[in-house]
Design a protein around this ligand. Structure first.
Ligand code: ZN
Length: 146
């Protein structure tokens, strides 16, 4: 348990995670402000002075403040949209990086080896016939018939 925790911290994932959480919190504050301070006044103006956050219904003595719910839903939609854009951009970046990779993973021992390798230096497995697409496109092999 402790060893696992130590490895977890050593990997640097904790730092990434902390940065992510702090960024997320700061980002949420900005989105909240955009919704409450910019968007809602505009909507209030368009709906002839109906302030969403003031909207509520009294049913059997219970006050249902559904205006706040509408605010939360709008905030959620904006955050989803932005997160979707970020993830999409990130995936595109990742793909480009992978295409330019100079190493590949040996299919047998899963260690990182040069793209050009035809035999794994770690487990000595024959890698003939195993190329990634990138190698294949740029390095058409000459077959020597013995
Ligand atoms: Zn190997």
């Amino acid at each position: 348990m402790f060893k696992e925790f130590k490895e977890f911290i050593a990997k640097g994932n904790v730092l990434d995670m902390a940065v992510g959480i702090i960024m997320g919190t700061a980002f949420t504050a900005i989105v909240n402000s955009v919704v409450e301070d910019l968007l809602m006044p505009i909507i209030t103006g368009l709906t002839a002075g109906v302030d969403f956050s003031e909207l509520n219904v009294n049913i059997a003595g219970a006050q249902l403040r559904f205006g706040n719910l509408i605010n939360a839903i709008i905030t959620f939609l904006i955050i989803s949209l932005v997160m979707f854009s970020i993830v999409k951009a990130f995936n595109r970046n990742n793909k480009e990086e992978n295409a330019e990779a100079e190493s590949k993973d040996c299919p047998y021992c899963k260690t990182s080896i040069p793209v050009e390798a035809t035999r794994c230096p770690h487990c000595t497995s024959e890698l003939e016939g195993y190329h990634n697409e990138h190698t294949h496109a740029h390095n058409d092999r000459v077959t020597i018939v013995e």
